[in-house]
Ligand binder design. Structure first.
Ligand code: NDP
Ligand code: OXD
Length: 310
C-alpha cells in the first residue's frame, strides 16, 4: 500500500525523507506525476486536494491534513464516504502560533504601530503605557492552538478569556461558551485573537455586530481563516475608531488580490498566511503515528467530526 502526497506547488523531497526516517519501507507517491496504480493508495496526505480526486482511490483508509485546518478538504462535495479525516496536531505548528500570537499581542499592547507612525513623522512622543494586567485578552477557539496561546499570555500577566464550544478548565483562562458567552467575552476584550476552525458555524463570525461589541479601541488578531472576517465590516470598524488596529494573517482569497484595501490600510498589519508552518522535521513523527494507526485500524489522532466540521 502507498501514501499519496497531494499538495500542489510544494516540493515533496523533504517530506519523503522525513517520513521515510519514521517508516523506512513507506511507499511514498506524489500527485500528479508519481501516482501509479490508484488501487495502491491507502493514505492521502494533503493540502487543498482538487475536487473529486480523493474519491478516485478505492482503497483509501485515511485522509491526513497537512495543516491544523481541514476546511480545505471538507469543501470537496465528492469526498469518499466513510474514510476518516484527521487534522494535524503538531508541536511545531503550536510553537509557531505561540510565537506569532505573542509577537502580535505585544505589538498591540506596547502600541508599536503608533510608534512606527511617529518615527516616520520624525516625532519624539511618549504614548501612555498600560500594565499587562490591565490589557484584557479574548481568544476565540481554545483548542490545540488557542489554549496554548492563552496559557502563554496568562503568564505575561494578561487577564485571558477564551470561547469554545465546550467549557474548559485551563490555568489562567476564564472560559465562555455559547452565544451569550461570546458577547460576555467580547465586551471585556481589549485584544481579540481568532483561532477558530472555519466551519458553517464560525464563517463570518467577526462582523459589524461582534466587532461592535468590543470596547472602543480594541485590536484584532486573526490567525485562523480569512472567512471568519467580514472584510467591509472590519474596514468600517477600523475607520470609525471602533478598532485601533488589526493583524491579519489569513484572507478570504489567498494570495490577497493586489487591489484589496487591506494592503494599504494604515491600521492593518498584514502577513501572507505564515503564522505557523507545517514543517516536516516536526510534523513527520505525528503523521507517521497516524499512518500506523490507519494501518492498524485504530482511531486517528485529530480525527475530524464531520457533523461539527472540525
Ligand atoms: P482545534 O480543533 O484544536 O480547536 C478548535 C477550537 O475552536 C476548539 O476549542 C473548539 O471548541 C472551538 N470551536 C470550534 N467551533 C466552535 C463554535 N462553533 N463555537 C465555539 N467554539 C468553537 O484547532 P487548532 O487549535 O489546532 O487550530 C485552529 C485553527 O487555526 C485551524 O482550524 C486553522 O484554521 C487555524 N490555523 C492557522 C494557521 C496559520 O498559519 N494562520 C496555522 C494553523 C492553524 P471545543 O474545544 O469545545 O471543541
Ligand atoms: C493550518 C494552516 O491550518 O497553516 O495548519 O493554516
Amino acid at each position: 500500500m502507498a501514501l499519496l502526497f497531494i499538495c500542489e506547488g510544494e516540493d515533496s523531497t523533504d517530506w519523503e525523507a522525513a517520513l521515510r526516517a519514521e517508516i523506512p519501507d513507506l511507499d511514498f507517491r506524489v500527485w500528479p506525476d508519481k501516482v501509479g496504480n490508484p488501487d495502491d493508495i491507502d493514505i492521502a496526505l494533503t493540502w487543498q486536494p482538487p475536487r473529486a480526486l480523493l474519491a478516485s482511490f478505492p482503497n483509501l483508509k485515511a485522509i491526513l491534513s497537512l495543516g491544523a485546518g481541514v476546511e480545505h478538504i471538507l469543501r470537496d462535495p465528492e469526498l469518499p464516504p466513510g474514510v476518516p479525516i484527521a487534522r494535524l496536531i503538531d508541536p511545531g505548528l503550536q510553537t509557531g502560533m505561540l510565537e506569532f500570537v505573542t509577537m502580535e499581542v505585544l505589538r498591540h499592547h506596547r502600541r508599536e504601530p503608533e510608534y512606527r507612525t511617529l518615527q516616520r513623522a520624525g516625532e519624539w512622543k511618549l504614548l501612555r503605557q498600560k500594565l499587562s494586567r490591565d490589557r484584557r485578552i479574548g481568544i476565540l477557539g481554545l483548542g490545540h492552538l488557542g489554549a496554548a496561546c492563552g496559557e502563554m499570555l496568562a503568564r505575561f500577566g494578561f487577564p485571558v478569556s477564551g470561547w469554545a464550544r465546550s467549557g474548559k478548565e485551563l490555568p489562567g483562562i476564564t472560559s465562555y461558551t455559547g452565544e451569550e458567552g461570546l458577547f460576555s467575552l467580547l465586551e471585556q476584550t481589549d485584544i481579540l485573537i481568532c483561532l477558530l476552525p472555519l466551519t458553517p458555524d464560525t464563517e463570518d463570525i467577526l462582523d459589524a455586530t461582534t466587532l461592535g461589541a468590543l470596547p472602543r479601541g480594541a485590536a484584532l488578531i486573526n490567525a485562523a481563516r480569512g472567512k471568519h472576517v467580514v472584510d467591509d465590516d472590519l474596514i468600517e470598524a477600523l475607520d470609525s475608531g471602533q478598532l485601533s488596529g488589526a493583524t491579519l494573517d489569513v484572507f478570504r482569497e489567498e494570495p490577497l488580490p493586489g487591489d484589496h484595501p487591506f494592503w494599504t490600510h494604515p491600521k492593518i498589519i498584514l502577513y501572507p498566511h505564515t503564522a505557523a508552518w507545517t514543517l516536516p522535521e516536526s510534523a513527520a513523527p505525528v503523521i507517521a503515528d497516524n499512518i500506523r494507526r490507519a494501518h492498524d485500524g485504530t482511531a486517528l489522532s485529530g480525527l475530524i467530526n464531520l457533523r461539527r466540521g472540525y
